[in-house]
Design a protein around this ligand. Structure first.
Ligand SMILES: [Cu+2]
Length: 560
């Protein structure tokens, strides 16, 4: 599109059309998505995107494993509506068993090959479109519509080139098939990652529709031997709109949550059920696959928060990057999990003497302009001699740890320092009810809404190590995500993080600003020493913010 302002408006328009259609009270007639949702039959025979009933036992997602260095699969992308009028989206294996949202297990060094077919119906005539690439940047289709798709492999240190983990220009439109070919580096940290659609403007709707799954890089038992032999429980929290669209506040959440698709729906908020053998240690791998909801998880037995032995955050084993190849357990009684972040930890099942055992998320103070993320019980934990389902076991330690991607980063000399900040303004300063524009900006530059055709906001070179201070100049929390690489958490509000608490992350929350005093900030060390060159993005992972502009492009050039 020749006029970048038009392009931006189209993207914002698309995001808001979708958001309005999904969040609004039922489906508002004549909005594009409603027309799309109501008039189009599912492409899959039967009912795609099935969901379990409230109060169901939590079952693990189906798993697919790599073999001889690669994992190859085909996924179909479907949509439907549920009984409350929500638009659902799902990724389902195309061959054989029609597994929804399979967990993809790969080893460091493996290839992941996915043929993705968008089986959404075409967009209704007259719905918005946007050209997101030119002939040189094109990757798949060139025109985004309200039914477009692409996939992001969150947290993976894989290439941002086309057919890799490329989200700026990759577009898969209705009826089209696109082939992903991701090569995992041999030094990819073992742990929990995830995949989800990432088309700017409609990412929130796709993720709240449920189109996401876990991705496990195998081998954590070689860095954290404490998990060897333990039952492995993959838990995926997603969010979705609240039926009836009540005004958030008090106990009314901005979004309902689900646990492995079991709904915890306002107002009943019936917890899901997890069965555990009394006193049995399990290895829990929790992904916050919510579009917008911040979690602060806790396991509580008869009112007492249990000590969780954290072994990994955002796919990186805790304490594992000091050159020893071994991790360290970090005891915590609750774990903040930003949208898109992951936490992996050991939890011990309740004894028979425990009357009330639960897996909860605590209330989040998101700031005066933030969502309402109140405390909720995600699951009741029931001690059972023969729990169902029977969980798979983490293998025994099999050898030395693979080389670690971020080793030595703490001691590296930064080659640049930058300050970035989150900001928000009303799109019409004279109308308090007008939509908000969201920005992430390098200090000193002019704030611009994200557009796939924007120039890079930051240009650096492979080999660089940069310290970034990221400020929040708004009245709500934002959740910083850097694609392609992890970063080392160095400072909070200018105060150094103790070495024992430093961690490699791909998500970090920047708390809201009270309106007076210094802006809250985090300082992180970015590691561009790896293989990945090209253009990729950083953004707020509250996807409602990202869809409305809070994303920018970084370009990593080859070494000079
Ligand atoms: Cu945000």
């Amino acid at each position: 599109m020749s006029d970048p302002r038009m392009s931006t408006r189209a993207a914002i328009f698309m995001g808001r059309q979708l958001r309005n259609a999904v969040v609004g009270i039922g489906c508002v007639a004549l909005t594009p998505l409603c027309a799309f949702a109501q008039t189009q039959a599912p492409a899959q025979p039967g009912r795609p995107c099935p969901r379990p009933a409230a109060g169901s036992i939590v079952t693990p997602p189906p798993s697919l494993f790599s073999n001889n260095g690669s994992l190859s699969l085909a996924l179909n992308y479907f949509t439907t509506t549920d009984s409350d009028g929500r638009t659902l989206f799902c990724l389902v294996t195309a061959d054989g068993n029609a597994f929804e949202s399979p967990t993809l297990h790969v080893k460091p060094g493996d290839a992941l090959l996915i043929a993705v077919t968008n089986r959404n119906p075409p967009p209704p005539p007259g719905s918005p479109t946007e050209v997101v690439s030119n002939p040189s940047s094109r990757c798949g289709d060139s025109t985004m519509t309200i039914t477009s798709l692409n996939l992001h492999y969150h947290g993976t240190n894989t290439s941002p080139a086309c057919h890799g983990d490329q989200v700026i220009h990759t577009i898969i439109n209705s009826g089209e098939t696109f082939n992903y070919n991701l090569q995992f580096p041999t030094d990819e940290p073992p742990g929990l990652y995830w995949y989800h659609p990432h088309v700017h403007g409609i990412a929130e709707a796709a993720v709240q529709g449920g189109a996401s799954g876990a991705l496990v890089v195998e081998g954590i038992e070689n860095i954290q031997p404490a998990v060897a032999g333990l039952p492995e429980r993959i838990l995926i929290v997603r969010d979705q709109t609240v039926a009836g669209n009540p005004t958030p506040g008090g106990t009314v959440p901005s979004w309902d949550v689900t646990l492995n698709y079991v709904p915890i729906a306002f107002p009943a908020e019936t917890p899901a059920v997890i069965q555990m053998k009394p006193g049995q240690k399990e290895f829990w791998r929790v992904a916050n696959a919510s579009a917008d909801t911040i979690l602060d998880i806790q396991v509580v037995y008869d009112g007492v928060p249990q000590t969780l032995q954290v072994v990994g955050l955002d796919g990186v084993p805790t304490g594992s990057q000091d050159g020893t190849g071994q991790g360290k357990l970090v005891p915590q009684t609750h774990i903040l999990i930003a949208p898109a972040a992951r936490a992996e930890f050991i939890v011990t099942g309740p004894s028979r003497a425990v009357h009330n055992a639960s897996f909860i998320t605590l209330n989040i103070d998101t700031g005066p302009d933030g969502d309402n993320d109140p405390q909720r019980t995600l699951a009741t934990i029931r001690p059972t001699d023969y729990p169902v389902p029977v969980l798979p076991l983490i293998p025994a330690t099999s050898g030395p740890a693979n080389p670690q991607r971020f080793a030595g980063l703490a001691a590296a000399t930064p080659t640049a320092h930058r300050t970035l900040y989150f900001s928000e303004v009303l799109s019409d300063p004279n109308n308090p009810a007008s939509p908000t524009n969201f920005f992430i900006t390098v200090d000193g530059a002019t704030p611009v809404l994200f557009d796939a055709n924007n120039k890079p906001a930051i240009i650096t070179r492979q080999g660089a190590v940069e310290d970034w201070t990221i400020q929040n100049r708004t009245g709500e929390n934002h959740e910083f995500h850097q694609h392609q690489i992890h970063f080392l958490w160095l400072e909070q509000n200018g105060v150094p993080v103790p070495t024992s608490q430093q961690q490699f992350l791909d998500m970090i929350q920047v708390p809201f600003w009270s309106g007076t005093g210094p802006y809250p900030s985090v300082t992180v060390r970015m590691d561009f020493r790896g293989m990945d060159i090209g253009d990729f993005v950083y953004h707020c992972h509250i996807l409602g913010h990202e869809d409305n502009g809070m994303m920018a492009i970084i370009r990593v050039l080859p070494p000079s």
